[in-house]
Design a protein around this ligand. Structure first.
Ligand SMILES: Cc1ncc(COP(=O)(O)O)c(C=O)c1O
Length: 614
């Protein structure tokens, strides 16, 4: 049975203004970045295999010490304190450890639960173990990524996880955590700046630990009473931030931009195609184009829109070919005149523009499509406007950058990702719609989760707002972060990243061997290393373009192999050689301009080495 119950959010008040008033604790905002960045760049040892790095792990004070010294307060703690975890064998130790049999006391420790009154007592020493192993792994990595090739990493992981000397029993947490930390690409390192992969704030991670411990699930009130209320209130604040009327809007936490884009396009399909075909699309399916008078549905998105738009079209039964690419300018911003022309083309062919997808913060350049023009054109053609602000939504936190998103409040739906420009551990996606009644096609009655009598009795349900059933309380870490730092505090972090991008782009522009693609809009920019032009001028621009592509692609892999930097690599839209670009996505507010310059020098050095190697 379907109901309209998914439309009932957005009735309580709560504004971003309240959060904005919270003072920023400088300590929280300014947690000291990990050391070792310079060392990582300056002293990269390209030849050091990963295995060697792992094998040389020097056992330090291990978790056994921490666990044994925990002051027992409860009976469970006492058991923990008495446990003999036998954690002497460290990750990659030369001799294969005896399979660490789980003793009776260990068994109690490793089967302890994280909730209840005893949960925190059971968890605390394990968290100490994790912290210790994280620190050890990061110290041994000593840079943004461990040196080596994928095969080296896979071999090491295989050895510790699945080989003859694989870790077992009580040591697994310690050794696998160290393995993970050593083998991670760490966005908290100044030289790890490839993707929209942010270093999470410690405060957000701590909040997320509480969620993991309690495991609320947002699909029914009786699994998440407080988390249900909190998500609803948080979404109202975020709706206001996006320029919506909180009382009229609705939304949900998602796994990220991919899921949010899918939801926006699903609602668009059901509303626009449903109205045009007189069918309830979510029930009857998509009518075949041309059948029953159904026009061919189209989605219009810029050529630089995220590929999840095509994925969504496929999943929604429209087909990837339903997406019409709208040309972009040099900065990769949608050209509004081109959008008007593509929409006119749809009208001439009798096609149905179901949705216009505008991107507020393209993945590569952070370009922001002209939102007001997109809204006007979508409205003129009866299309839904979905704004993918997965990246650029973070600009709403900054007084300086928020005006770039002018017109966002006109969108029918919006994707925002707090695990991009919001310093949350994934997942922290947010999906919002301007008018809650447009959420109708997702509404869902499941008698074991949100029976009508429960709802009539005042038990709210978020089930009909999500594509998922079991759903983590990802709102919690965002709520804690927002109340801790306030909008201003987060805005300062956004501004710091934007300033870094501006100074980094300037350094690129001033370097004779680097070429800037375009000025940063948000916190990212594209550039490339320029190899020497061949003496043979007859080779022509295509040959030089191909050489640029090959050298830039290879220098990035060289940096990875050395363990000295993680930079992005992409290609500009279009055809032919010369389109490969490197990318810095600056999401670490504690990185300094000097560190970005050092990173750029490492890029140039790797470019020269690649030129010499060919
Ligand atoms: C503009 C944009 N939209 C959507 C996505 C997908 O987001 P997620 O990876 O959170 O699903 C990305 C990912 O980088 C993106 O850059």
């Amino acid at each position: 049975m379907r109901t309209g119950t998914g439309t009932e959010t957005g009735t309580e008040t709560g504004t971003m203004g309240a959060a904005a008033g919270v003072a920023v604790d400088a300590d929280v905002a300014g947690a000291a970045p990990e050391a070792g960045v310079d060392a990582g760049l300056a002293s990269a040892a390209p030849e050091t295999p990963v295995d060697a790095g792992l094998a040389s792990a020097a056992p330090e004070a291990g978790p056994g010490t921490d666990i044994a010294s925990a002051a027992p307060e409860t009976p469970v703690d006492a058991d923990i304190a008495n446990a003999t975890p036998g954690a002497g064998a460290r990750l990659g130790a030369q001799s294969a450890p005896e399979p660490a049999s789980v003793t009776e006391t260990d068994s109690e420790r490793v089967t302890a639960l994280s909730g209840g009154t005893r949960g925190s007592g059971a968890l605390a020493p394990l968290v100490d173990t994790v912290m210790d192993a994280l620190a050890r792994g990061a110290r041994r990595r000593g840079g943004p990524i461990a040196p080596g090739r994928p095969g080296d990493v896979a071999a090491t992981v295989g050895e510790v996880f699945g080989g003859p000397g694989a870790v077992t029993g009580a040591e697994a947490l310690d050794r696998l955590t160290e393995l993970l930390a050593h083998g991670s690409a760490d966005p908290a390192d100044a030289s790890c700046a490839a993707h929209l992969h942010c270093p999470p704030l410690a405060i957000a991670v701590a909040a997320d630990l509480a969620v993991s411990a309690l495991n609320p699930s947002q699909d029914s009130w009786d699994q998440a009473p407080a988390a249900t209320a909190l998500e609803t209130l948080l979404l109202q604040e975020l709706a206001a931030l996006a320029g919506y009327e909180p009382e009229q809007a609705a939304g949900v936490l998602t796994s990220g931009g991919t899921e949010s884009n899918l939801m926006g396009l699903m609602l668009a399909r059901d509303r626009v195609l449903g109205a045009a075909s007189g069918r309830q699309i979510e029930l009857t399916g998509v009518p075949g184009a041309g059948t029953e008078g159904a026009p061919r549905p189209r989605i219009l998105a810029s050529a630089a829109a995220h590929f999840s738009v095509q994925r969504a079209a496929a999943l929604l039964g429209l087909g990837e070919d339903a997406v019409l690419p709208v040309p972009v300018d040099h900065q990769l911003r949608m050209d509004p005149e081109a959008l008007a022309a593509v929409l006119d083309g749809c009208a001439e062919r009798g096609e149905l523009p179901v949705a216009v997808v505008a991107t507020a913060g393209t993945t590569d350049t952070g370009a922001i499509d002209p939102l007001r023009a997109c809204a006007a054109l979508a409205a003129e053609h009866g299309a839904w406007l979905h704004v993918d602000a997965a990246y650029g939504g973070g600009a709403l936190l900054s007084d300086q950058l928020a005006p770039l998103l002018d017109g966002l409040g006109l969108a029918d739906s919006v994707s925002l990702d707090w695990h991009k420009l919001g310093w949350q551990p994934a997942a922290a996606g947010v999906f919002l719609v301007r008018r809650s009644e447009t959420y109708a096609s997702l509404a869902r009655r499941a008698v074991y989760l949100n029976p009508a009598d429960d709802e009539e009795a005042g038990y709210p349900s978020l089930l009909g707002l999500s594509l998922r059933t079991t759903r983590r309380a990802d709102a919690f870490k965002i709520a804690v972060t927002l109340r801790t730092l306030g909008r201003e505090g987060l805005g300062r972090l956004v501004d710091a990243c934007r300033d870094l991008a501006v100074s980094g782009a300037r350094a690129v522009a001033e370097h004779p061997r680097l070429e800037l693609h375009s000025e940063p809009v948000l916190t990212a920019f594209l550039f490339r290393y320029l190899p020497e032009r061949p003496a043979d001028t007859a080779a022509g621009p295509a040959a030089y373009g191909a050489r640029c592509d090959a050298v830039n692609a290879a220098l990035r892999r060289r940096l990875l192999r050395e363990g000295s930097a993680v930079v992005g690599r992409t290609e500009l839209p279009g055809e032919g050689p010369g389109r490969v670009r490197l990318k810095l996505t600056l999401l670490n507010p504690h990185t300094t301009a000097a560190e970005v310059e050092r990173l750029l020098h490492a890029v140039v050095a790797a470019g020269r080495a690649e030129e010499e190697a060919r």
